[in-house]
Design a protein around this ligand. Structure first.
Ligand code: FAD
Length: 426
């Protein structure tokens, strides 16, 4: 069977590798001159920065992505972070300014700052929500209804901001409880040796070893359809035909490329759903330092900062991500939809947080990257994902525009790819 994959991001490469290994004749078309999309490295001053991700696999060596990579026999090493995550607390409860001191607390102790009554309530809710997870409302609504303590909102915003680049008021409670249950199921996170590129390059190798072809610098400008059936693509003015098309560029962009579609009821419904999709945006700041600023390879959540939700120092896991004797710290902050016109101000607030958190420390700001519109954190904000299916037969969408439920970032992409593989290979 001949398969065309549009886009060589993680979703496209995972699908292509899986299908090439299953005997499909695969061709991947990538518009940029390199593969990996938002999951590869940028070499800068000897540091391995990234096109997007913070070099982290949310569920480390035991999550859906790692399991799929093992199944594909990919030459990848994911080192589980230890500690997995900590929460940066102010040293003094009455002074929440990090520049006046802080202490790090293990993530699983997040209940400690709550009042006694709320700690009891949380233990009860942890049990009941396991069997009766919330069906409606945002996570913020849920918190305010059940706990209504400032600390709950703070830690929820920091956790959601770091893990899915959304505030707790912008994601459904249902999705967050799925995420939490996956955190207990798989644990994590971890850092792949070689960073993001360590994973995407391994997938490129698998595709090529199994006879697949990858064309870089070749943008797909049309998905050819006939009677709402996908037949092939146009790239660089040439037509390429196939039995199956997997698109890694999100539902909106995929639909834009489809020409001559008949407006069936199903298609009109789909087009209406596309209008509700919102991407999630964020800002990443990369820092260089001689001495470690964090000292471990786990996540540091920063619920008391103005903008930064969390940070990591991946060189504690893989020294090769920086020049010899140097460390690489990356911070992440969610960029809210109502602040998209004020990105410079948001960056300045992020930099101010860094100055407060690392007061009197030596570091250099290597790069500030903002992610939105066509190059966002997630093409579909978590809990707004559509299915991997489209109303065009033989055309499927993978990637972070069609993640599986409860899957943080690339783990969600993997769940979506697995779902797609089930459909196309059954
Ligand atoms: P993409 O990577 O965007 O790939 C799509 C590809 O398609 C691109 O290469 C693009 O050039 C190509 N393309 C587009 N249009 C066409 C066309 N018409 N023809 C041909 N090719 C085309 N996730 C984690 O799990 N861990 C993290 O630590 C993490 N941190 C993040 C931090 C930031 C700041 C950002 C931005 C993202 C982060 N993510 C993280 C999310 C993760 O990086 C993305 O979800 C993932 O890389 C998206 O992969 P994808 O395959 O969906 O899409």
């Amino acid at each position: 069977m001949k398969t065309i994959v549009v886009g060589s991001g993680l979703g496209g490469l995972l699908s292509a590798a899986y299908l090439a290994k299953s005997g499909h004749d695969v061709e991947v078309f990538e518009a940029l001159p390199f593969t990996g999309g938002r999951f590869t490295n940028i070499d800068y001053k000897g540091f391995k920065l990234s096109t997007g991700a913070l070099h982290m696999v949310p569920h480390g060596d035991s999550g859906p992505l790692s399991q799929m990579l093992k199944k594909l026999n990919a030459d990848v090493n994911i080192v589980t972070s230890n500690p997995s995550s900590v929460i940066r607390m102010p040293a003094n409860d009455n002074d929440t300014d990090y520049k006046n001191g802080f202490r790090d607390m293990a993530f699983h102790d997040f209940k400690v700052p709550f009042s006694l009554i709320n700690r009891i309530k949380i233990a009860f809710l942890a049990f009941t929500t396991k069997y009766f997870p919330p069906k409606k409302g945002t996570f913020d609504d849920w918190i305010k209804h059940h706990i209504n303590e400032k600390w709950a909102t703070r830690i929820a915003n920091s956790f959601c901001g770091w893990s899915i680049s959304l505030k707790s008021s912008d994601v459904s409670a249902k999705e967050v409880f799925e995420i939490i249950s996956n955190l207990y199921r798989y644990s994590g996170p971890g850092v792949p040796t070689g960073g993001c590129k360590g994973i995407t390059n391994a997938l490129v190798e698998i595709i090529q070893e199994n006879g697949g072809k990858i064309y870089t610098g070749k943008e797909v400008t049309e998905i050819i359809t006939s009677n709402n059936h996908a037949k092939g693509v146009v790239a660089d003015g040439d037509k390429y035909y196939s039995d199956l098309i997997i698109s890694d560029i999100g539902h909106i962009e995929t639909n834009r490329l489809c020409k001559n579609v008949t407006e069936t009821e199903e298609y009109v419904q789909y087009k209406n759903q596309l209008q509700n999709i919102k991407s999630s945006a964020g800002i990443k700041i990369s820092l260089a330092c001689d001495e470690p600023l964090i000292g471990h390879g786990g996540v540091v959540l920063t619920p008391y900062s103005k903008r930064i939700d969390g940070m990591n120092e991946v060189t504690n896991v893989d020294k090769t991500l920086a020049p010899e004797g140097k460390h690489l710290v990356m911070t992440h902050q969610c960029l809210r939809w109502d602040r998209l016109d004020d990105i410079e101000e948001e960056i300045e607030l992020g930099l101010q947080d860094i100055r407060d958190i690392f007061l009197n420390k030596d570091y250099e700001v290597l790069m500030v990257q903002s992610y939105h519109d066509g190059w966002p954190v997630n093409r579909s904000a978590s809990s707004q994902d559509l299915s991997n299916k489209t109303p065009i037969s033989n055309l499927y969408v993978v990637g972070d525009g069609a993640k599986g439920e409860g899957g943080i970032e690339i783990e969600g992409i993997t769940l979506g790819v697995l779902n797609t593989m089930d459909m196309v290979l059954s």
